[in-house]
Design a protein around this ligand. Structure first.
Ligand code: ZN
Length: 401
């Protein structure tokens, strides 16, 4: 009895191992993995470093215009041939205050505390603000570089476009703001997001890369003054979407918008401030890329779907840090787009409840310089780049010739 069962078992084993001997069909190499592999920490750092030569790149100054020129030259050198500029006027709004403030609403007994964007702030909070004091910048050379104040007037911002092979009339917009302030080098806010978009432009415009749909790489100006550059783009170009111009040319100067993905402050996730208000000097090991959509936006369902595409791409392609999704995207250029197209932002932390609570002590401060950040910080930005590249490559069906 026992022996008979054993024999039967042996026969099954033999049959199974025979099947296992059939060589498996070789898996086709994943072209998206090849593309993501073309991103590199040292290159990403070098692009951030290149941006910091223009100090804080404050809008309305020569150092800002020089940075736009430099970004444009880099985009051209990457083979992103369709480099264009958007021109608009910026005038500082007069400050309202004092007697002009609206009357305070009576207290709502059911109100829960909310941060900007609608999230609920929790835990220890440290103070935040914009540094306007040049003397808090100890580096005299950098202080001198940042000395010119902003002047109202004409502004420009630069973008370039990879044209889709089969759907040139549809595009995703990948953006970051290139201006900064605070008397540092705007290395994290927002050299880190600008360099990410530039690196994606470099990889996706390599001569052997084909996408079905178009991708626009946009470096917004005037974000720090209230998203003015992104708002100018929406005002000037939303109505041009999908128009072939000239008719019959196959050219679409403003392809139909399918999604907008913004990158703003990508490096620093050292956790909540400690009880004494200081923040850990080390990147926390559980650092993550925060993908946010906005619950109140007109295209919230599409924005959620876009967020999950990037979340999935993070699991597949990002090397070190995971992604988390939140519903309170705020205070960045994607806000200007969110009632026109599904829009999300990627950041080092949630903007409202975490950055707003003081999780990044270098935010708009003289310490936002390249030398402040370690490789563990830069690696978080690189992982966000891997996330967006993996997601956008899937959405546009990127492949190698
Ligand atoms: Zn920013």
């Amino acid at each position: 009895m026992t022996r008979a069962i054993f024999l039967g078992f042996a026969v099954v084993i033999a049959a199974t191992s025979l099947a296992a001997q059939q060589p498996p069909a070789p898996a086709a190499p994943d072209p998206i993995r090849t593309l993501v592999g073309r991103l590199d920490l040292e290159r990403y750092k070098a692009t951030v470093k290149g941006l910091t030569q223009f100090g804080d790149r404050r809008q309305g100054t020569k150092r800002n215009r020089d940075a736009v020129d430099w970004i444009e030259a880099q985009l051209k050198s990457y083979g992103c041939a369709n480099v264009e500029r958007l021109t608009y006027e910026f005038k500082t709004r007069p400050r309202t205050g004092g007697a002009n403030q609206p009357a305070q609403r009576p207290a709502d007994p059911n109100a829960i505390p909310t941060a900007q964007g609608g999230g609920r702030p929790r835990g220890i909070r440290a103070r935040t603000g914009v540094n306007n004091d040049p003397m808090r910048q100890p580096d005299e050379k950098l202080r001198a570089l940042n000395a010119e104040p902003a002047t109202d007037g004409e502004r420009q911002e630069v973008y370039c476009t990879k044209i889709g092979a089969t759907r040139p009339d549809e595009m995703y917009i990948i953006g970051a703001h290139m201006d900064g302030h605070g008397w540092g080098e705007a290395a994290n806010d927002n050299g880190s997001g600008t360099a990410l978009v530039m690196e994606l432009a470099r990889v996706l415009n390599m001569p052997d890369v084909v996408t079905d749909r178009s991708i626009r790489f946009a470096l917004w100006n005037n974000e720090e003054t209230g998203l003015n550059g992104a708002r100018a783009y929406v005002a000037q170009r939303a109505a041009l979407q999908g128009q072939e111009n000239p008719p019959g040319s196959g050219r679409y100067p403003e392809p139909k918008w399918l999604g907008m993905i913004q990158h703003d402050m990508m490096l620093f996730d050292h956790g909540m401030p400690r009880a004494d208000g200081t923040v850990s000097p080390q990147q926390r090991p559980e650092a993550d890329v925060n993908i946010e959509f906005q619950l109140t936006s007109k295209f919230v369902d599409g924005a959620k779907a876009l967020a999950w595409v990037l979340h999935g791409a993070n699991e597949k392609y990002a090397a070190d840090y995971p992604a988390n999704i939140g519903s309170h995207m705020t205070n960045t250029d994607s806000t200007a787009f969110m009632d026109h197209v599904p829009s999300i932002s990627l950041r080092e932390n949630e903007r409202g409840t975490q950055i707003g609570n003081g999780w990044d002590p270098h935010w708009h401060q003289p310490t936002d310089v390249y030398a402040t950040f370690s490789d563990e910080d830069f690696r978080l930005g690189l992982n966000a780049a891997q996330t967006t590249l993996g997601g956008i490559a899937q959405l546009t069906n990127a492949r190698l010739k």
